[in-house]
Design a protein. Structure first.
Length: 218
């Protein structure tokens, strides 16, 4: 092969290699961008730490150790359905506390205020057909303002869940999915959370379940 021909051949080879490398870099950047834009799973927990109110008393000791009877703030579709919803949330709390006991942690204590907040969040998501910690119109973290208004402070968390499942299996399925997710499981088994409210609403087909957990009582 003549020197001139060899020189041209090498230049063409280097050009092809350069284009291949450039293509590879662009492909990697596009894949990386796509991965970064992938949204979190909808039941990923929201956690925050709220500042204590100025006139708050010491909350080093737990208040209201007995389980409080939650007030019913959700619309009663039928008596039987309302009872079934209450039974489902009771079963969810029992299943969580059984798993906490196996880890050596105290049970979560249900509170009226947290139950009302969780119910209101579940109703809002059911009525407006969304699943998020944020209001779909204002992007406001709704549970945060609700907790502050009720005087909660310290660590708090919200878990949201939606499913199209039969009501008699919904609690079991929700528990399995929550505990299969490492982030959600770490919240439910966190010994720093002492209080909980569980709310639930649906139209008979699609159900929304909300848990609101708090470190301190108001």
């Amino acid at each position: 092969m003549r020197p001139r021909t060899l020189s041209i051949f090498l230049m063409m080879l280097l050009l092809l290699m350069g284009n291949a490398c450039q293509f590879t870099d662009q492909t990697f950047e596009e894949e990386q961008f796509t991965t970064q834009q992938t949204p979190d799973r909808p039941f990923r927990p929201l956690q925050a730490t709220l500042s204590a109110p100025q006139d708050s008393q010491s909350t080093d000791s737990l208040k209201g150790m007995g389980e409080e009877v939650p007030s019913t703030v959700r619309p009663t579709l039928t008596g039987d359905l309302d009872t079934a919803i209450s039974s489902t949330t009771d079963a969810i709390l029992l299943a969580i506390n059984v798993r906490r006991a196996l880890e050596g942690w105290p049970p979560l204590i249900r509170q009226i205020a947290l139950t009302e907040i969780a119910n209101n969040r579940a109703i809002d998501m059911a009525v407006h057909t969304y699943l998020s910690h944020e209001d779909p119109e204002t992007a406001e973290i709704l549970v945060e303002s609700m907790l502050i208004d009720r005087g909660y402070h310290g660590r708090v968390a919200e878990l949201v869940y939606a499913a199209n499942e039969p009501l008699d299996r919904l609690g079991e399925i929700a528990i399995d999915e929550w505990f299969d997710d490492p982030d959600t499981r770490s919240v439910l088994l966190n010994p720093g959370f002492h209080f909980v409210g569980i709310g639930m609403m649906g139209d008979g087909t699609t159900w929304k379940i909300v848990q609101v957990l708090a470190e301190h009582a108001p």
